[in-house]
Design a protein. Sequence first.
Length: 313
Amino acid sequence: MMVFGKMMRLTGKGMISLGLLTAWLSCKSYEASENELPDTKNRGTIRVSADESFKPVIDEQVQVYESNHPGTHILVDYKPEAECIKDLLTDSIRMVIITRRASPEEKELVADSLKKAARSMVIARDGISVIVHPDSPDTLLTMNDIKQILTGTFKKNLIPVFDGVKATSTVRFIIDSVLGGDSLTPKAMAARSSEGVIDYVADHPGVIGFIGVSWIGNREDSAQLSFLKKVKVARLESTDIPGNYVKAYQAYIYIRKYPMVRDLVYILKENYRGLGTGFANFMSGEIGQIIFKRAYLAPSFKNLSIRPVKLNE
């Protein structure tokens, strides 16, 4: 019995040693396999296509991420949403940031063509702001007014201006969610960018602009403050109380009291936990969500404390 007990103790020690050796080899294997990856959350370079409407806030996300991970480079190409969607089938583009999820058909195409899984997530919500010339009296508008302006039947000859009249997320939202598939007035005009919309509205009293709130919502940003000196932001009738007019403030976007709200979504094409996964997790994590909040978008994963305040405008 004593011999048997001694053998058991030796066997036990051997099993512990074997377990430690296996764990050590596993750690080594994990580190070795990570080093063989083209990129990780801490190193490497990836290319991203992003909707131009969100350039200010995505620029900040990238700047903070790269600052926290010095070995990384996230190269963002800003373009109309339809061009971003085409990039879903471009192997060199790791991530697309737009205002909708990938459709089942698009996911299947990515899987068949690139042999990669495309996964998506809503990371924030944005409002489409309506801007007018500083001298314009048209600062209180119902959604019926907006529809009439967009179709060219409004009582005044106000010409809508967008960041492009084709292929942009703003135009797609307007046609799908506001006009219900109706056509825009042929008088609708296109600027080259959201900043171009601001400049054009500032110089032309007879136009009305539609841009993402991330371009003019952050009153702590000096560039956006300069934009707000050029134009006025119109109020739209709220979704809950007839006759109550609101701007695309963060709280009203969060509770959808503002009538023109859209999602901000990333679509990631990555079969391993690389830099794309790292950046995606960052945007949906604590710091990334705070960046969206500071840009006056409504973060998807961070609750907002909504308190009644008196706004001086």
